[in-house]
Design a protein around this ligand. Structure first.
Ligand SMILES: Nc1ncnc2c1ncn2[C@@H]1O[C@H](COP(=O)(O)OP(=O)(O)O)[C@@H](O)[C@H]1O
Ligand SMILES: [Mg+2]
Length: 591
């Protein structure tokens, strides 16, 4: 890494920090309580050592029982105050951190889910999840563990150091001379731990992926009797994991031993120079000061051991904040909306010279033209990759077209609000996505306007009611993650129902009948007929059997509509459709 990069990484970004800080605004009260308690903790913390000094010199040495009792009561009160403010401080600092990340996370999530599709094409889901979950946690730690704790520690150390200097400056300087050694030991410890933790993380990742993969492939593993070998391999990985952790334990043991040693040396020095050499002139009547000094020096050293850790937490939080803000600032990724909202749509659709590419180098649609009259059913066929699904992506405005226009009822879709546009279109995608929720929720998607009765009625209409009723719990059947408890035909039927209850003016089926069995296909065939009845529909299909009834069939090839007409017209043309038909027919008759 170049010097420039290192320094850029190390320097503290004030602008970024004040932006993170601006999120504390709604929590001013908590913020103030937190800062005040930090100040009070440091004030209280120096009281106990001074009281101990007085206790020895004035109460014990002078045999003053009354004063002894008074001092003990005072010390108990001070202790109580310190504990109270410590508790208040820890709680408010964490409350502040958690409140801020709650706000920031909600903000981030609602921004993310409005991004255009091309954003998701180029971003990994894993990274986005990290931003929303663990980066957020790190931002919260700026407040709960980083910034405030540093302020509190520095404040405490300043107060302690001042008190020590005022009491006996020579002895104070002697104690301060040990500080560089502690700082040096801390630096060494941190560097070693950083290296050790890289190894630990690598070993954890190795363990995770090993276990995850073996469990995912458990059937193969058991079918081929791999249990013993896999267990052996696991033991080896586990051993490495143990070694990595033990290394951190080793560094910890050394460091804390050294820290204790240095603390004891300090105590020795205080006793020797203060008590025996009389540095700074501690007279025998004030030997209590020596105890005060010993206690103060431990108050000075303890935060030193952890302050570098806290700076790390702060730095990591700032890096995370930078990443999160980069997503929030990415307004170029938001959908641009028109402002027209159509209450009712007849269902006329027109593509006019539509040109589009996902990637500017690779044209996908090269001037597509077609019209669909209200209530008409058109079918789109063509080879994989011809651009059929892209038509749907554009009709929904998942992507913006480069040239031309797409119109619904003669209105350019760019002039409509996205919500208004999508409310009139339902799409059954080839890959059905089901949420880990009940069947009912998967169908209504939480829309309160759709009642269970409406769902049942729709299910009866397209002939899927029996299948859903047969599941345990019927419409309340819990679909597990990725819907793997249902067959692909069943999932497809659920997505049909989802499209149907939305009662759209325009319906799109994208390869909805591929990869399912004959029985499900019959159901879906029936469902398709019902669901397309009386509304504009676009059916994309490979199986030509499903498209023969369409009013118009469009044949797409390499981003263009190359043929159009009814099934009979296209067959008699003996062009591309005819070839596709022949090819499928040949496969069918061979089978
Ligand atoms: N999100 C995407 N990003 C980049 N290229 C894509 C994306 N989706 C599809 N493509 C490309 O666009 C072309 C047309 O794809 P698509 O419309 O899905 O074809 P079809 O549905 O006809 O099989 C293909 O070459 C495909 O690789
Ligand atoms: Mg497709």
């Amino acid at each position: 890494m170049s010097n420039k990069e290192t320094s850029a990484k190390k320097s503290f970004d004030i602008k970024l920090f004040s932006r993170v800080f601006s999120y504390t605004k709604p929590y001013r009260g908590i913020f103030i309580v937190s800062v005040l308690s930090a100040i009070l903790i440091s004030a209280f913390s120096v009281l106990t050592p001074s009281l101990v000094g007085r206790l020895i010199d004035e109460a014990i040495t002078q045999q003053n029982a009354e004063l002894l009792f008074q001092l003990i009561i005072t010390m108990a009160a001070v202790l109580f105050g310190e504990v109270f403010f410590q508790l208040l401080f820890t709680y408010t600092a964490n409350l502040l951190g958690e409140s801020i990340i709650k706000d920031l996370r909600t903000h981030l999530f609602s921004r993310m889910i409005r991004f255009r599709m091309n954003y998701f094409d180029k971003s990994s889901v894993g990274i986005l999840v990290t931003r929303a979950v663990s980066d957020m946690q790190k931002i919260g730690e700026i407040f709960s563990q980083g910034f405030f704790m540093i302020i509190a520690d520095v404040l405490k150390m300043l107060v302690v150091a001042t008190v020590m200097l005022v009491m006996n400056w020579k002895l104070a300087l002697l104690v301060f001379s040990i500080m560089p050694l502690i700082l040096y030991a801390t630096r060494w410890f941190q560097k070693s731990m950083k290296v050790a933790f890289v190894e630990v993380r690598a070993q954890i990742a190795a363990l995770n992926s090993f276990v995850q993969e073996r469990l995912a492939g458990i059937r193969v593993l058991q079918l081929f009797h791999r249990e013993e070998e896999e267990a052996k391999a696991f033991r080896a990985i586990n051993l490495k994991h143990q070694d990595a952790w033990l290394r951190t334990v080793w560094y910890n043991s050394i460091f804390f031993a050294i820290a204790e040693l240095l603390a004891s040396i300090t105590v020795g020095l205080i006793v020797w120079y203060g008590g025996i050499q009389n540095v700074g002139g501690i007279s025998p009547e004030r030997y209590g000061d020596i105890f005060t000094f010993i206690l103060l020096s431990s108050l000075l050293f303890r935060p030193l051991r952890h302050i570098a850790d806290k700076f790390n937490v702060l730095q990591m939080g700032m890096v995370a904040a930078g990443r999160v803000f980069a997503i929030l600032d990415d307004t170029g990724q938001l959908e641009e909306e028109g402002d027209t909202e159509l209450d009712e749509v007849q269902g006329k659709v027109a593509f006019k010279d539509v040109v589009f590419a996902y990637d500017p180098e690779k044209p996908v649609l090269r001037g597509v033209n077609f019209n669909i009259e209200p209530g008409q059913c058109i079918a789109v066929v063509g080879a994989t990759g011809a651009g059929k699904s892209t038509l749907i992506n554009l009709l929904n405005r998942f992507y913006e077209i480069d040239k031309g226009a797409i119109e619904i009822d003669d209105l350019d879709i760019r002039q409509m609000t996205l919500k208004g546009l999508r409310a009139h279109i339902s799409v059954v995608l080839q890959d059905v996505f089901l949420f880990a929720d009940t069947i009912e929720k998967n169908i209504t998607l939480g829309n309160p306007d759709i009642t269970l009765d409406a769902v049942i009625e729709a299910a009866k209409a397209i002939g899927v009611h029996e299948f859903i009723e047969a599941l345990p719990g019927g419409y309340h059947f819990e679909i597990n993650e990725r819907g793997s408890t249902l067959s692909s035909g069943q999932r497809q039927l659920i997505s049909f129902l989802r499209a149907y209850v939305a009662n759209p003016s325009i319906l799109v089926l994208d390869e909805a009948t591929s990869s399912i069995d004959t029985y499900a296909e019959q159901l879906i065939q029936r469902a398709t007929e019902k669901i397309t009845e009386g509304r504009t529909s676009i059916i994309i299909a490979h199986r030509l059997a499903t498209v023969q009834k369409a009013d118009v069939i469009l044949v797409m090839d390499q981003g263009q509509v190359v043929e159009r007409g009814s099934h009979e017209e296209l067959l008699s043309k003996k062009g591309m459709y005819y070839q596709l038909y022949q090819a499928q027919f040949a496969v069918l008759s061979e089978a």
